[in-house]
Design a protein around this ligand. Structure first.
Ligand code: DCP
Ligand code: MG
Length: 409
């Protein structure tokens, strides 16, 4: 699909969606409150882009090896080996293949797929080149992973008379970024444009691949309504099930709900409600290097039930493994954190020799730490996992994962 096609589609879609609902939406009470101290002053309109490359590893392979173009390319372990898929081209996704799926499953779903080993150095190099393009537009860049970043363009559009005009006047910049990535890197990106990080991220995912989606402030509440609660970052399978069991399937359900969300999701409730109304006052984290990755789960009701704790640990381990993969990193330290009923908090950590990347390994080490120091000695209010001492895992890991295989291409 051509660049222009999707952009036209984006504008048309937004026109259609929002023209229909404009009168239903109130735009006054949901303006972002705390702007980033560097990027904005209190009177400024915020304009945030979230740029995410399409099928990143697979697209780099298709660019570099023309014989792969238009074909189902699957980057990761070979289908007859243990291991998982890192990335699948859009052609491969039609067979139901996605990141983190076991390679053997992928082999069964798509026996004619082209399985290629990851070339992490090539992706990292590509990532650097893409980030360098962003620097021509703003110094305020938060690189979130190897293929995605938030850009703060607020200072470029301050002549605008209102928040929506500010967002719209940034559209040419978004088109320009897409075009530069296309012409200079021969790759496509999807961009979301919104007044905060949450909306920008939802926007970039909305019309992948090669999409451009602007979510105006005046329409955001209607825009979010039909989306699944799972779209909200931080709502993993366990939380989603709790919400769904209470009849809250879409973001609109949360908007309408009179239920005390605290009883369902504990201290998360306030943030969940804010996100449901498209509010997010997080600033960009401009620190270049990511030093640690963590996840926490606050239980709606304090618990020491092993099954509940295990489910939470599994979900957090999967989240962390995913973030590690996206950052092309492994961790040498794994930490658990428990908070008891009286708010006393204990952390324990373990250092390992080979970088940890897999969810199962993070889960196993967390269970080990909890058991070793008998940390579940009473009901827990909160359970958390963190990983740190981040390193490039690929040399050691690939030696193991791909031992005895031949390189393709
Ligand atoms: N990645 C990985 N393992 C995961 C998730 C991602 O190795 N579980 C790697 C491969 C991806 C890259 O990170 O190409 C970027 O991750 P994305 O989630 O952005 O996925 P893609 O870019 O592949 O696809 P999309 O077009 O959906 O963004
Ligand atoms: Mg991507």
């Amino acid at each position: 699909m051509g660049n222009e096609d999707n952009q036209t589609r984006a504008d048309f879609f937004l026109y259609k969606l929002f023209a229909k609902h404009t009168s239903l939406v109130s735009s006054q009470s949901f303006h972002p409150r705390i702007p980033h101290p560097l990027s904005t002053t209190s009177r400024m309109h915020r304009v945030i882009f979230h740029v995410d490359m399409d099928a990143f590893f697979a697209s780099v392979e298709q660019r570099d090896f023309p014989q792969y173009r238009g074909k189902p390319v699957i980057v990761g372990s070979a289908p007859d080996k243990r291991g998982v898929i890192c990335a699948a081209s859009y052609e491969a996704r039609r067979f139901g293949i996605h990141s983190a799926m076991p390679s053997r499953t992928a082999g069964k779903l798509c026996p004619h797929g082209i399985f290629v080993r990851p070339r992490m150095e090539a992706y990292r190099e590509e990532s650097r080149a893409i980030m360098a393009i962003f620097e021509a537009y703003t110094p305020l860049i938060q690189q979130v992973s190897v293929d995605e970043a938030y850009l703060d363009l607020s200072s470029c559009v301050q002549k605008a008379s209102g928040p929506d005009e500010a967002l719209r006047s940034a559209l040419p910049l978004a088109r320009d970024i897409k075009e530069r990535i296309q012409t200079e890197r021969r790759l496509t990106a999807s961009i979301g444009v919104g007044a905060n990080k949450f909306l920008a991220k939802i926007g970039s995912d909305f019309q992948k691949p090669n999409g451009l989606t602007l979510i105006p402030e005046s329409e955001k509440i209607m825009f979010l309504r039909p989306l699944s609660v799972r779209t909200i970052h931080g709502v993993g399978p366990v939380t989603a099930q709790q919400l769904e069991a209470a009849g809250l399937r879409t973001i609109g359900d949360i908007q309408n709900s009179k239920l005390p969300l605290e009883t369902l999701v504990g201290s998360w409730a306030e943030r969940l409600r804010q996100r449901a109304f498209g509010e997010d006052d997080r600033s960009l984290d401009l620190e270049r290097e990511r030093k640690s990755i963590s996840a926490e789960h606050t239980f709606a009701v304090d618990t020491e039930e092993r099954q509940v704790l295990r489910a939470a640990l599994k979900e957090m381990s999967a989240d962390i493994a995913q973030t590690l993969a996206r950052n092309a990193a492994g961790a040498l330290t794994v930490q658990v954190k428990v908070r008891y009923r009286d708010f006393s908090t204990v952390t324990r950590q373990v250092r390992v020799q080979d970088p940890v990347t897999a969810a199962a390994e993070i889960y196993r080490l967390s269970c080990h730490l909890l058991a070793r120091d008998k940390l579940v000695s009473g009901a827990l209010r909160l359970l958390g996992i963190g990983v740190s001492t981040l390193v490039e895992p690929w040399v050691a890991q690939m030696r193991l994962a791909f031992a005895g295989e031949k390189t393709e291409g």
